[in-house]
Design a binder for this molecule. Structure first.
Ligand SMILES: *Cc1c(COP(=O)(O)O)cnc(C)c1O
Length: 476
C-alpha cells in the first residue's frame, strides 16, 4: 500500500514514511493510492474478534511496512485495559426509536480522540525506535486534542511533547486533566492569549525550517493519516455489533463534525465495502460543512466569523480533512483538486453544486445543524426518556440523526465525548452536574505542572531549546 498526495505532486510513499510528516511536499494530504475492499465473507469472519484484533486486521490493510505480528502488539498495547479500564471498550448503547450511541469516549480523556491517539502513541514510538530517531511534538490545543495527545505520548521513548494552551480558557476539568500529568516528556505551556495565538506560535516555529529540522519538530494534528486509519476501525466495530450474522444489513452513522476527520473515516469504511447506508454529518452553529452538503458550495469562515458555542470542539471554520473527501469526489484527480484549492485561496469559496446528486447518491452523505437550544433540549429529552446523559457534541449528533432515521435501519450516533467534560452545559440543561467517572474523582486535587508564558514565539523557542533532548548534531 503506497500513499499519494491529494494534489498530485508526491511520488508514492510507504506508510512509515508519511507517518511522521504533516502536509505532503505539494501542500496536499496523504491518501492511500487505492482503497482496499473488504469482501462480505471476511467481514463475517471478523465478528468474533476483540477490538485490538479487529484493529490489526483493518490497519494491516493500510500498513504493509510493519510486520503483522508487530502491528497486533501495537494495537493490543493501544487498546488494552490501561487506557480503557471499563468493561466494554466501545459499547453500543440503545436509545430507542432506532437510535443507538456508539461509545467512543471510554479512554483516558473521555473523548473519541483517544481512539486514534492511543494507536498513534504506540506506532510513533515503534517507528522512531526502529529508525533510531527522536521527535519533539509541538502542538496547540483548546482542550480535547492536546490532552488526548499527552495521554497517548506520556512516557514514550524518543518522544517529547510541548503543548501550548490558552491561559484560563479551558474548563477546570480540561486543565486538571492536562496539567496534572507529571511525566518528564510532557511539557504544558499556558500562553497568555487565545487558541489562535497558540496556533500562530506553532505555525511560526514550524515555519522556521532551520529550527524545525534541528529540533525535529513534528505534529499530531488531525490531518495525520494514521489517525484517520485508526478511526476506520470503530465503524466496522459498530456495524458488527449492530447487525446479525449472515445478512449484509445496512446501518447509518451520524457524526458530530468539526475538522471532518471522524466522518472521513466513515467515508473510507463505506468505500471499503462496509454496508453503510447514510453518513449523516452534524454541525453546530458553525455550519460550513452542513452548508456544503446542502448546497454544493464550500465557503470556509474566518476565525472572527466562527462562533464560540457550547459544543466547542466543533467550533471550526475550515475543515482540514475535507480535502481528502473532495479528492474522491473529483475522481482522485489531483490536478483538478489543486486548481479548486487555488480558486478557494483567491475567491474564498468553490462551487461543486454540479456534483450534488453524488453526495448522497454515490457517497451516502446528508447533513444537518444544531443550536445551543437544540443541545439543551436534546440532553434533557434523552435523559428523561432513557436515563442516559449525553454530552453537548453527542447531543448535536442525536438531534440531527433524529431527522434521518429510517424504518429497519439502525442509526448509530458517534458519542464523541462524555458529559463529565462539559459540566457547565449539562448543569444548564438538566439542573445537575454530570457524574465524574470513579477513577477521575480526585483529578481536581492533584498537583499541576504547567509553565505560564507571554504570547511570544521567541520565549517558546527558548523553552524548547532548553528542554528538548539535544539535537543529533550536538549529542555527545
Ligand atoms: C474533535 C471533536 C469533534 C470533531 O471531530 P472532527 O474529527 O474534527 O470532525 C467532535 N466532538 C468532540 C467531543 C471532539 O473532541
Amino acid at each position: 500500500m503506497k500513499y499519494v498526495s491529494t494534489r498530485g505532486g508526491m511520488a508514492p510513499q510507504a506508510f512509515c514514511d508519511i507517518l511522521l510528516e504533516g502536509l505532503a511536499p505539494d501542500g496536499g494530504l496523504a491518501m492511500p493510492e487505492s482503497i482496499p475492499r473488504v469482501p462480505a465473507e471476511t467481514l463475517e469472519q471478523w465478528r468474533h474478534l476483540g477490538y485490538a484484533e479487529l484493529a490489526a486486521e483493518i490497519l494491516g490493510l493500510f500498513i504493509d511496512d510493519i510486520p503483522r505480528e508487530d502491528l497486533l502488539e501495537l494495537t493490543r498495547a493501544a487498546y488494552g485495559r490501561d487506557a480503557f479500564p471499563g468493561d466494554e471498550m466501545v459499547p453500543l448503547k440503545p436509545l430507542g426509536a432506532g437510535l443507538s450511541l456508539l461509545g467512543l469516549s471510554e479512554g483516558p480523556t473521555l473523548a473519541f480522540k483517544d481512539m486514534a491517539m492511543q494507536f498513534l502513541g504506540q506506532v510513533f514510538e515503534y517507528v522512531l525506535e526502529h529508525r533510531g530517531a527522536t521527535l519533539n511534538i509541538l502542538g496547540a490545543t483548546s482542550g480535547d486534542t492536546g490532552s488526548a495527545a499527552e495521554y497517548a505520548m506520556r512516557g514514550k521513548r524518543g518522544i517529547t511533547v510541548f503543548m501550548l494552551s490558552p491561559q484560563g480558557r479551558m474548563s477546570a476539568f480540561q486543565r486538571a486533566q492536562m496539567y496534572s500529568l507529571q511525566d518528564e516528556n510532557i511539557h504544558n505551556i499556558a500562553v497568555d492569549g487565545v487558541f489562535d495565538d497558540c496556533q500562530d506560535i506553532v505555525k511560526a516555529l514550524a515555519g522556521d525550517l532551520e529550527f524545525k529540522s534541528a529540533y525535529r519538530l513534528g505534529a499530531v494534528n488531525s490531518i495525520n493519516w494514521a489517525r484517520i486509519a485508526a478511526q476506520v476501525v470503530y465503524y466496522f466495530w459498530g456495524w458488527l455489533r449492530a447487525t446479525r450474522p449472515g445478512n449484509a444489513q445496512p446501518v447509518s452513522f451520524c457524526v458530530p463534525s468539526g475538522n471532518f476527520g471522524n466522518i472521513l473515516a466513515g467515508h473510507i469504511a463505506r468505500e471499503m465495502g462496509l454496508p453503510v447506508r447514510r453518513l449523516v454529518l452534524a454541525t453546530n452553529e458553525n455550519n460550513v460543512l452542513e452548508e456544503f452538503f446542502r448546497t454544493g458550495i464550500y465557503r470556509p469562515r474566518s476565525s472572527e466569523q466562527t462562533h464560540a458555542t457550547s459544543s466547542p470542539s466543533m467550533d471550526i471554520s475550515k475543515a482540514s480533512n475535507f480535502e481528502r473527501f473532495v479528492f474522491d469526489l473529483l475522481g482522485r484527480d489531483g490536478g483538478r483538486l489543486k486548481a479548486l484549492w487555488r480558486e478557494l485561496e483567491q475567491t474564498g469559496q468553490f462551487d461543486l453544486s454540479a456534483l450534488k446528486p453524488e453526495f448522497e447518491g454515490r457517497y451516502g452523505f446528508v447533513s444537518g445543524t444544531s443550536s445551543h437550544a437544540d443541545r439543551l433540549a436534546t440532553i434533557r429529552r434523552v435523559k428523561d426518556e432513557t436515563g442516559v446523559l449525553i454530552d453537548p457534541h453527542t447531543a448535536d449528533g442525536v438531534k440531527v440523526a433524529a431527522g434521518f432515521v429510517e424504518d429497519g435501519i439502525p442509526m448509530l450516533v458517534l458519542e464523541t465525548a462524555l458529559p463529565a467534560k462539559f459540566a457547565e452545559t449539562i448543569l444548564e440543561a438538566t439542573g445537575a452536574e454530570p457524574p465524574v467517572p470513579a477513577h477521575l474523582a480526585d483529578l481536581s486535587s492533584l498537583p499541576q505542572r504547567v509553565v505560564n508564558m507571554a504570547c511570544d514565539a521567541g520565549q517558546v523557542r527558548d523553552y524548547i531549546r532548553e528542554h528538548a533532548p539535544l539535537p543529533d548534531s550536538e549529542a555527545p
